[in-house]
Design a protein around this ligand. Structure first.
Ligand code: COA
Ligand code: MG
Length: 284
């Protein structure tokens, strides 16, 4: 399971050079918002070169209904990216459209059919929020859903998306929750969005720990310094693992029991499911 996904603007040779050595589980070479339109052709070339000897490297293309998106795909697919990050989908229909285009290029470049994965940034447009159930069973390429608050703020005319303490304002927290539920319903990973204040590593640790508590399995990063913090936050603690093992043992020892007591608290089926999931993700 990927804990960290570091965004790297694909027009920056310096950042591309650095990206592989910072310990991120996955990288996302960005061809969209972090790259100016004029710089795109050069960025596509650099991304394609980078992919030649890369593992678990994703590429964020431009929105699928733009000409730029097709040029992005044409440039990077020969390098067999691990996956494509899809920005601003209107609904899962855009992920399906992307899947179709990927399929054509996989054939053309003799890549294994179905090998290229998709992560959709599913909340960047207001209309998309009303269609999130469309990701259920939409395409077998879908690996993850993530979300974004910046484009959503711009689209709705909001001048801020966080309060003075850095917490999401309610409507953005709602989008975050919807992404989490949609990912669970579609049985794909839920990846929390970027923490833009990249000098505030303490705030990031608090944020990422809460994200894991809430059910996200990883998080997007924008700066090398964030990677180690995110990786640590998404590792279950020794106490959590130990408690999960105790819950499983208790149910094993009481095969007929629907509910058992542990340290003065009621434990039932959902806790067993959670405990198994915790130990399973640990094993991946
Ligand atoms: N990937 C790889 N290397 C990165 C990096 C990234 N995302 N962000 C910074 N670095 C490198 C810098 O090049 C610098 O390396 P150097 O010391 O060899 O020059 C080092 O890490 C320290 O960077 P720093 O000076 O602290 O930050 P910065 O001012 O250069 O960059 C940002 C700040 C936000 C512009 C930069 O982190 C960035 O481009 N992030 C990604 C943005 C993005 O992709 N956004 C789209 C998704 S929201
Ligand atoms: Mg954006």
């Amino acid at each position: 399971m990927n804990r960290s996904f570091l965004f790297v603007p694909a027009d920056s040779e310096r950042k591309l050079e650095k990206a592989g050595s910072v310990g991120s589980d996955a990288l996302i070479l960005d061809l969209e918002d972090a790259v100016a339109a004029d710089a795109r052709p050069a960025a596509r070339k650099l991304a394609a070169e980078y992919l030649q000897d890369a593992d678990n490297v994703w590429v964020r293309i431009n929105p699928v209904n733009t000409d730029a998106a097709q040029a992005d795909l044409d440039a990077v697919m020969p390098g067999a990216p691990f996956g494509i990050v899809l920005p601003k989908p209107r609904s899962a229909a855009d992920a399906v459209l992307l899947a179709d285009r990927i399929e054509v290029l996989e054939n053309k470049h003799s890549l294994e059919p179905g090998s290229t994965r998709i992560m959709a940034l599913c909340t960047e447009r207001p209309e998309a929020l009303f269609t999130l159930d469309s990701y259920i069973g939409a395409t077998p390429r879908l690996d993850a859903l993530s979300w974004g608050a910046e484009d959503l703020a711009a689209a709705t005319g909001a001048v801020a998306n966080r309060d003075d303490d850095g917490n999401w304002l309610p409507r953005f927290e709602m989008a975050r929750s919807l992404c989490l539920f949609a990912a669970a319903a579609a049985e794909v990973a839920a990846v929390d969005t970027v923490y833009t204040d990249f000098r505030d590593l303490e705030g990031l640790l608090r944020y990422a720990s809460q994200a894991r508590r809430d059910g996200f399995s990883g998080m997007l990063a924008i700066h090398p310094a964030q990677v180690e913090v995110i990786n640590a936050a998404f590792e279950p603690t020794a106490e959590e693992l130990e408690r999960a093992a105790r819950i499983i043992r208790l149910f094993d020892e009481n095969p007929g029991a629907g509910t058992v007591g542990l340290d003065g608290k009621m434990i039932d089926r959902p806790h067993l499911v959670q405990a198994r999931r915790l130990l399973q993700t640990k094993g991946k």
